[in-house]
Design a protein around this ligand. Structure first.
Ligand SMILES: Cc1ncc(COP(=O)(O)O)c(C=O)c1O
Length: 384
């Protein structure tokens, strides 16, 4: 057995079901294991590596900033933070005017929940069935799947669930105590379920009429993944709060809660030691510049179509449905997906599940067409 595997098995307080692959290096859309075997990486750190592994622009920014200043308390001003905040406000929907920086997706949801309760002075949230918003107690309370929740109850009270894309049920769920509606534009973990434009537009109108705050979770769908800079742009809808993380800093841990003027900041009553540190901010600025310069949204749109059109043509008997938006692809199988994922690893392709029957592909958006063809060949061998 590999020494790394042995050490990790012995010492890690492990919460992840593991695959027996020791990844030691990455470049672009390829990662290598400790034996030198190459894999095309359609996991990309659960949708983090949108810019590809070892992206030169991000490396340069990290190396430069590490030599200047890595950490800085949020009680002081910092040049890198200021630059990133300006950039974030410039690229996110116009309604959003200020951002709070943290370290992960779940933290961005946690902060949004607190900002909403502070602003609205009401307790309740409406979320969607099949939603996923994170693992900390607040974000978990907004997450639907009982599998994630049941061992940790009691959770935070005040979270109700309605079917996704069903406006009538949403309307019926509203009460005088509803502070906010929290939705993903595309449910990633829940199975790559695509939101509908008409639904999101109606929900926006409902929020405008009732004063309810609309939180959009783009932790997974943001930063060009779906063929737009942010998935909510597909619906011509602007949120009151936008939660971001994953690929925001090119692979370094970072999250952001981007807020409209409606949202009040609990000054002195929320914070994060590492949130918005200069190193992550410098990496994020470089990552965002790269996304814009390289037109990653357009690349995701074109490459996603290329993959999906071919997958549909293959007409695999084992596949029930293919759901795709940009380079966020869900292949719904007629049976459990895990054996396929294991077989694909042998073929040199890393994929991830979204629920028990959906095979999910979240490759770096920089993946080449040759690599896409290789992905298709490997899928053909295993799914046919
Ligand atoms: C939509 C969504 N929200 C929140 C999270 C939680 O993010 P993190 O794992 O960075 O805490 C995830 C993670 O997959 C996610 O997909």
């Amino acid at each position: 057995m590999s020494a790394t595997l042995e050490l990790q098995n012995q010492y890690e307080f492990d919460v992840y079901p593991k695959r027996d692959v020791v990844i030691v290096r990455g470049k672009g859309a390829t990662v290598w294991d400790e034996n030198g075997k190459a894999y095309i990486d359609c996991v990309a750190g659960h949708g983090v590596a949108n810019l590809g592994h070892a992206n030169e622009a991000v490396i340069d920014a990290i190396v430069r900033q590490a030599q200047i200043l890595i950490t800085c308390s949020g009680t002081f001003y910092n040049d890198q933070k200021a630059l990133l905040l300006e950039k974030l406000i410039r690229i996110t929907p116009k309604s959003l005017t200020r951002a709070f920086l943290c370290n992960s997706g779940t933290e961005s949801i946690e902060a949004a929940i607190k900002f909403v309760r502070f602003t609205a002075k009401k307790p309740n949230f409406i979320c969607a069935m099949k939603s996923f918003h994170g693992r900390t107690m607040g974000a978990l309370s907004a997450t639907f799947n009982p599998k994630y929740r049941q061992d940790f109850e009691p959770l935070v009270p005040g979270f109700n669930f309605v079917p996704f894309n069903n406006f009538e049920k949403m309307q019926q769920a509203i009460t005088a105590e509803t502070a906010a509606i929290l939705l993903e534009p595309v449910q990633g973990e829940g199975g790559v379920n695509l939101g509908e434009k008409d639904y999101f537009q109606k929900v926006r109108k409902l929020c405008d009429e009732t004063g309810i705050i609309l939180i959009i979770d783009e932790v997974q769908s943001g930063f060009c993944r779906t063929g737009k800079l942010f998935a909510i742009e597909h619906f011509d809808v602007e949120p009151d709060i936008l939660c971001l993380a994953k690929s925001i800093a090119g692979g370094l841990p970072m999250g952001a809660v981007v807020c409209s003027d409606k949202i009040e900041a609990p000054v002195g009553n929320h914070g994060s030691t590492f949130g918005g540190n200069p190193l992550a901010c410098a990496a994020a600025s470089a990552a965002i510049d790269f996304m814009l310069e390289q037109k990653l949204a357009q690349q995701a749109e074109e490459k996603g179509k290329y993959l999906a059109e071919r997958l549909v043509q293959y007409n695999f008997r084992s596949v029930r449905e293919i759901r795709q938006i940009g380079l966020m692809i869900g292949i719904e199988m007629k049976e459990k997906v895990k054996p396929y994922i294991i077989q694909l690893i042998d073929e040199g392709l890393l994929t991830l599940p979204a629920g028990s029957t959906v095979l999910r592909l979240l490759p770096p958006l920089t993946i080449s067409y040759d690599e896409l063809d290789a992905v298709l060949e490997k899928l053909k061998r295993v799914l046919a």
